[in-house]
Write a protein that binds this ligand. Structure first.
Ligand SMILES: *Cc1c(COP(=O)(O)O)cnc(C)c1O
Length: 424
């Protein structure tokens, strides 16, 4: 999740050598990025206009506008925006009235910020292993781990896939009256039986962090159709501190930085220019403290109006980008078939959004990814590098999670050239 913009002469030389070789071989001069692919010129223009008008940065109406638009696009009764997905989850924990010491089941293969949100609330989660079809929580694990004191179940839809056991988990939880939290950070816009994911659990949360389905550098939103939970979430959102002037400025500058480095056609040349110009404003969404399970100084913030305006602009384009992702995924389907690799399962009557295309490869291929650069002209992602990405905290507890950590890589689903898509 962290993209370094450090400028080392060796890295620059390596990049140019690779570009030259690619072009000579008939390939693209730069590899498709794994982040920020949904930022366009219009988002950059918007960020520039916002940078010129700091008095508008905390415009609360803009946040309400985004919440309304997100709720209606997503088919949700209520939506509440926060600075990030993890802070939306933190709000959900409060919205559900969870207390220190409560029993909560959480996926044993997730991003470190998910268990952190619980431990900050005094809750030590019980970890459920995943299945290897869609990397979702396995219903058999929920059955094994549930107790009469289980207060919530967290499930997720990873890589933009709809979780294999979605129906089974929500039905099981409903029978027992256990609230379900859906982590939709990778899957904004994915549908099941025609309904967007996140709407069947008690709450669902989404992320617009810079590597996710839509991009506001950092951003998050939580939805619910439960009126009681909605009132609590609204109170949490109203009481949440606002981001600082410096945070908002860095976020807006980062839109320009990320667009130059990850999306612009000229990014080969602009990467270093961008780092020199905007590098000091670079946002690191997950800090080293968070890797260590510590709570950052600033946590639980609401979304800034400026971020909400970016989010509204991104939302206009999300369906088109998700369509493009599905087209890219068909390319990777054909590739996985040809290589004999296990393809991700697309459950019947679901529409995935393929934030990335996950595939299991031999562990030594994940450990050294240079083959992908030369054979495919891409730099695969490594989600996840640990059971608590990017750190490993639970080794030995969830065997499928451990296997996925060793073998799952993810292919980019935006930005392949036409010749790459045609497999030439
Ligand atoms: C990114 C991510 C989150 C948190 O979203 P942020 O907006 O980065 O806080 C939660 N769950 C998963 C699976 C994620 O990948």
């Amino acid at each position: 999740m962290v993209v370094s913009s450090q400028i080392s002469p060796r890295a620059v030389a390596g990049r140019f050598r690779f570009a030259l070789k690619s072009v000579v071989d008939g390939g693209p001069s730069v590899m498709p990025s794994l982040g920020s692919q949904t930022l366009d010129e219009d988002d950059v223009d918007l960020a520039k206009a916002l940078l010129a008008d700091p008095t508008s940065w905390l415009d609360a109406e803009a946040v309400f506008e985004f919440e309304d638009q997100f709720a209606s696009w997503n088919g949700s009764a209520h939506a509440f925006a926060f600075r990030s997905g993890r802070e939306s989850l933190s709000a959900a924990i409060q919205g559900l009235g969870l207390s220190p010491g409560d029993d909560v089941i959480v996926p044993g293969y997730t991003c470190v910020v998910v268990p952190n949100a619980f431990s900050y609330a005094g809750i030590e989660p019980t970890y459920a292993d995943i299945e290897l079809d869609t990397y979702g929580v396995d219903i058999a694990e929920i059955r094994r781990l549930v107790t009469t004191s289980t207060k919530a179940i967290v499930m997720h839809h990873l890589y933009g896939l709809v979780s294999r056991d979605y129906d089974a988990i929500v039905e099981f939880a409903a029978e027992r009256g256990i609230p379900v939290i859906e982590d939709c950070a990778h899957s904004t816009g994915a549908t099941v039986h025609g309904v967007n994911v996140g709407n069947r659990g008690t709450v669902g949360f989404y992320s617009s962090e810079q590597s996710k389905v839509f991009n506001t550098i950092m951003g998050g939103v939580v939805v619910t159709s439960d009126e009681h939970v909605a009132r609590r979430l609204e109170a949490v959102r109203s009481d949440a501190p606002a981001p600082t002037h410096d945070e908002i400025k860095s976020l807006l500058m980062s839109v320009r930085l990320r667009h130059m480095q990850e999306k612009s056609r000229n990014r080969l040349w602009l990467t270093d220019v961008a780092a020199l110009r905007f590098g000091k404003h670079e946002i690191t969404p997950t800090s080293i403290d968070e890797y260590d399970g510590l709570k950052p100084d600033r946590y639980g913030e609401k979304m800034a109006g400026a971020t909400a305006k970016l989010a509204v602009n991104q939302l206009r384009k999300i369906d088109a980008y998700n369509e493009e992702r599905r087209a890219h995924a068909r390319h990777w389907d054909a590739w996985a078939d040809a290589q004999g690799y296990r393809k991700p399962l697309v459950v019947e009557d679901t529409t995935p959004v393929f934030l990335r295309y996950p595939v299991q490869v031999p562990a030594e291929m994940k450990a050294d990814l240079r083959w992908a650069r030369t054979e495919l002209g891409v730099r695969p992602g490594v989600w996840f590098l640990g059971t608590h990405h990017p750190v490993n905290r639970n080794e030995g507890l969830c065997p499928n999670a451990d296997l996925a950590v060793r073998t799952v890589i993810n292919m980019p689903t935006l930005g392949l050239s036409q010749s790459q898509l045609e497999g030439t």
